[in-house]
Design a protein. Structure first.
Length: 521
């Protein structure tokens, strides 16, 4: 509790300084034309006349957000959860808060609600949510209620109710919980009209456990990809309304009180708001939560390929036109639908069921949007030629995002004894043999030519090629011999391109690498 009091006192002092700083400045709105102030002696009295219009909000801005807040605030709730966690020496990771000391417990540890293994305790967390039906369905973030043993909801009128989990979808970070009742105020998703960059927004939630709090701002950007594999199926709305820990799962409203997003993340070097927040768009949230409310299991289509963007460097190395866009396949999972359908590493997917694919995120979301078993028609580039492959989508494995690369230790292998091979662009390469498979612990499925030595001062050395790496492809073509690699290099040189695109098997999986050519002396 001491921590919270200190925060409130500190905030009050901060507001005092902010008010003092503002009082010494001049505010002007775009489009306003203020007349020069006349010099006067003594106290200045503000005018309520026409001159005051110079400080009125610009056209389109609401005079106040108070009416909107009063309209929607009753539907927004505080969510408190208890989760079982491993006890890390007196510090708990709390959903919505981050790491905080355990109240009443010294930092060195102490007694709490311990688990049977005597190494776990109950963590208290908090977040936000909002009613989307009169009969008690509440939307929040998956990370707020994930692994919760107990969920309690506090309403704006002070009532506290037990809630139960209805369903959750980690890949969109959405969840639905429910309380018993039939007359709750609720709000609706606006999934038809899309907000524009610059439109006003209001975020309502439970920052730092303070309860119903409103912040306002604008839509700063749309279709944001915030990186990582945790939420691959969401193009986020970026807003500058203040979002802090505890706001997770709360709604973002437009000025008509319609939900346009679900607050889920912030970008911050400090852990607090710096004006860069992210919300799940209403269209994605409504579709997912509707299915969860019906008790449906969220299933998504699946190809079983590892993909990346077709960068300018890759495009240039492959000799493709400048306007070529697509998703570059770096690896194909054995036995997966993509493998069975004939997809190969090095393919560039340019359209799916007639829909143009501009990058890897778009392909991921397009495949995820189809139902397992649906027919997919992929148009792709292979060795510079267009072809079409038709296959059936599989079901995305539930644990796919958590899968780890086997043998993920990327430490540099011990330098092997000299191995016979041929030098190509600073690399000594050789066909894969039983001896090399044993030396570099290569699986039977590995195909291509293996790197046995690297010239330190070559371009390959600068790119940190290592012995044991396997060059699977060069210039989009599978390699079966060193000659294949030489021929690919010569073909690219003859086309006067600056480097050759190699698909390389590394300890972390297949990786596309453009190897620049050494300049002629």
């Amino acid at each position: 509790m001491l921590k919270r009091k200190e925060f409130i006192l500190g905030a009050a002092v901060g507001l005092t300084f902010a008010a003092a700083a503002t009082a010494g400045g001049v505010i002007s709105w775009p489009g306003a034309h203020a007349a020069p102030a006349a010099q006067a002696v003594g106290q200045l009295v503000p005018s309520a006349g026409a001159a005051g219009l110079a400080f009125a909000p610009p056209q389109g801005a609401p005079l106040s957000f108070a009416d909107i807040f009063q309209q929607v605030a009753p539907a927004v709730v505080q969510i408190d959860v208890k989760t079982r966690v491993q006890r890390p020496a007196g510090v708990l990771q709390i959903p919505g808060f981050g790491a905080v000391p355990i109240p009443g417990q010294p930092r060195g540890g102490g007694s709490g609600e311990e688990g049977e293994d005597d190494n776990s305790t109950t963590a208290l967390g908090t977040g936000s949510g909002f009613f989307i039906s009169a009969d008690g369905f509440i939307v929040t973030n998956n990370h707020v209620v994930e692994n919760a043993e107990e969920i309690n909801v506090k309403l704006s009128d002070g009532r506290e109710l037990k809630a139960r989990l209805i369903g959750r979808d980690p890949l969109t970070d959405l969840a639905v919980i429910k309380v018993e009742g039939s007359t709750f105020p609720f709000v609706s998703f606006e999934d038809k009209a899309e907000p524009r960059v610059g439109d006003w927004v209001i975020a309502v939630g439970n920052p730092f456990g303070l309860g119903g709090t409103a912040t306002a701002g604008i839509v700063s950007a749309k279709a944001r990809d915030i990186g990582g594999n945790e939420n691959p199926y969401t193009d986020f709305i970026q807003i500058d309304a203040a979002i802090n820990r505890g706001n997770s799962g709360g709604p973002t409203f437009d000025i008509y009180g319609r939900v346009i997003g679900v607050n889920t993340a912030i970008f911050s070097p400090t852990g607090g708001s710096v004006g860069i927040g992210f919300a799940i768009p209403a269209g994605i949230a409504k579709e997912t939560t509707d299915r969860l409310m019906r008790g449906e299991k969220i299933e998504r289509g699946y190809l079983g390929v590892t993909i990346g963007n077709l960068t300018n460097e890759y495009r240039e190395s492959l000799g493709l036109p400048e306007n070529t866009k697509g998703a570059y396949i770096t690896d194909v999972t054995a036995g997966a639908p993509g493998d069975q359908g004939g997809l190969q590493a090095g393919d560039v997917v340019v359209s799916l069921n007639g829909r143009p694919i501009e990058g890897s995120n778009e392909l991921t979301r397009a495949v995820g949007a189809v139902q397992p078993g649906e027919t997919l028609r992929l148009e792709l580039l292979r060795e510079g030629r267009r072809q079409t492959i038709t296959l059936r989508a599989g079901t995305r494995p539930a644990n796919l995002g958590a899968a780890e690369v086997e043998g993920g230790d990327e430490a540099t292998p011990d330098a092997p004894a000299a191995v016979a091979g041929e030098k190509v662009e600073g690399l000594t390469v050789a066909p894969i043999s039983a001896a090399l498979r044993s030396r570099y612990d290569l699986p039977e499925s590995a195909r291509g030519v293996v790197v046995t030595a690297v010239e330190a001062r070559s371009e390959a050395g600068r790119l940190r090629f290592q012995p044991g790496m396997v060059i699977v492809q060069a210039n989009g073509r599978n390699l079966t011999s060193v000659k294949d690699l030489r021929d690919a290099v010569e073909a690219v040189r003859a086309a006067r391109r600056p480097g050759v695109l190699l698909l390389v098997r590394t300890p972390g999986g297949n990786a596309p690498i453009v190897l620049p050519f050494a300049k002629s002396e």
